[in-house]
Design a protein around this ligand. Sequence first.
Ligand SMILES: Nc1ncnc2c1ncn2[C@@H]1O[C@H](COP(=O)(O)OP(=O)(O)O)[C@@H](O)[C@H]1O
Ligand SMILES: [Mg+2]
Length: 544
Amino acid sequence: MTGRITGIAGPTVTVDLKGLRLYEIVLVGRSGLTGEVVRLERERAVVQVYEDTRGLAVGEPVRGTTRMLTAQLGPGLLSGMFDGLQRPLEKLLERDGPFISGGSSASLLDSPREWRFTTDKRQGDRVLSGDIIGRVEEGAFHHLVTAPRDGEIAAMTAGSYSVCRVVGNYVDGTPISVCQEWPVRRPRPCLRKLSPTEPLVTGQRVVDFLYPLARGGTAIIPGGFGTGKTILEQSVAKFSDVDLVVYVGCGERGNEMAELLEEFAGLHDPWTSRRLMERTIVVANTSNMPVAAREASIYTAVTMAEYFRDMGYHVLLLADSISRWAEALREISSSLEEMPGEEGYPTYLASRMAGFMERAGVVENMNGTIGSLSMILSVSPPGGDFTEPVTQACLRTAGAFLMLDASLAHRRHFPAVNWFQSYSLYEQTMEQHFSRSVAAGWSEARQRCRTLLQREEALREVAEIVGLEGMQEKDRLILHSAERIRLEFLCQNAYSEDAFSAPAQIMAMIEAILADYDRLEACLAGGDTLEVALRKGGSEHASQ
Ligand SMILES: Nc1ncnc2c1ncn2[C@@H]1O[C@H](COP(=O)(O)OP(=O)(O)O)[C@@H](O)[C@H]1O
Ligand SMILES: [Mg+2]
């Protein structure tokens, strides 16, 4: 089936090809650029092209493929770096140089690498779709090979295979391989969703202690330029207590991604001490790459994440920044001449966003294992204005809101998470969890920490009017302790040894500060001034 290009508008083209299906992949132009059908009209179809459309001309040929945009799922994904269409980036760099040109079609399936496949299925076994029919080991991970559909096995042989090779087949001849394809826009199925009960430990004190996240939960990190979104996302990628991280660099600068890869290559996972890259998959669609592929990149990434979730792993998807994805959506929508909603974003922005975030969760998989997919998305509101449509759309679905505060960043208080305006819906469940598993005093320490910060806020105004000297000793003690909480506990320099704190360490730190508060308070009750009490020493001096 071939047709012709009848019009070109930015990343979209119209074609006169009939018989296409919505979301079908088409090959556009003489160089065969990959595109996806996004709208069908009577005589024509509108295609969003995933590559640079400069150089395309009206009249060039277009071919349908009957395929949807899919991700290939199988061994070889780990440590990988892909573009938004899951084309391995290193390979493209080798082939095309640093400027990735159109029409490249390198894929996971081209890899000659062989994997050991084991199976306990044999001729005559009946299997149901989703049943485990074999395994492949990749580093410390195992891939479960699942039955693509119901049927009777005709043959199945263990051995070493490359991903594209057939390892067996059904009686009707349908082949079985260790690699499967899945349409990225369709969530992978599960038996049922469970509610999140376990914490997603990030190693960031302000997050784990004040606004804890959950495995299977969602969180957004909105913040203006330079407030530390990227550094926080990267710290979480390094330190979080999950099996696997899918990191999506979405429309941000290319050098940031290069730096991330360089840094990650030399690091180890603090939980398993294996190489960090062994548990990481990177999807990069930087600001200089075509917008339509950026729109697709988060779906490609979440599909890979779901694939590992399906094997019972805890997977974390990080995206920096989801605003750049929304901007790509806006650009495509405007080239389709759709009715614009608020600030030019399409009216379906919020529902798309929700549809994406709903793919997170703790699930009981089709094969009976339990896995989780968590999401932490950064949002870059223009001018730091949180009332803008993308932040608002994310807020409706996200379980936690870690608001980055420009004034904290300005004072170089990092991570600049605002401790009054942020929230986490997982707070109570996780507080109980930490109280049980880390320290019985977790919940009380948290309450005291918050109270001190709140009282400091109220006292600060008083201090401005009457000056520190005019204040009561007990109020000055509150200011003193709250300052220690802010500077020693909530601040965490990403470039130092302190970049990661395990929960037990978090508890030890906050307890030391609170114990010191109690000691000083006792001194004040005995008639000392704060200065005298401080001079009497204690844990505070040891810690400074
Ligand atoms: N946890 C941190 N520790 C130390 N410095 C930080 C931290 N977070 C952010 N910074 C500083 O802030 C700068 C901007 O952070 P970045 O994450 O690039 O901001 P954004 O992505 O929000 O624009 C960094 O280059 C770094 O100097
Ligand atoms: Mg950034």
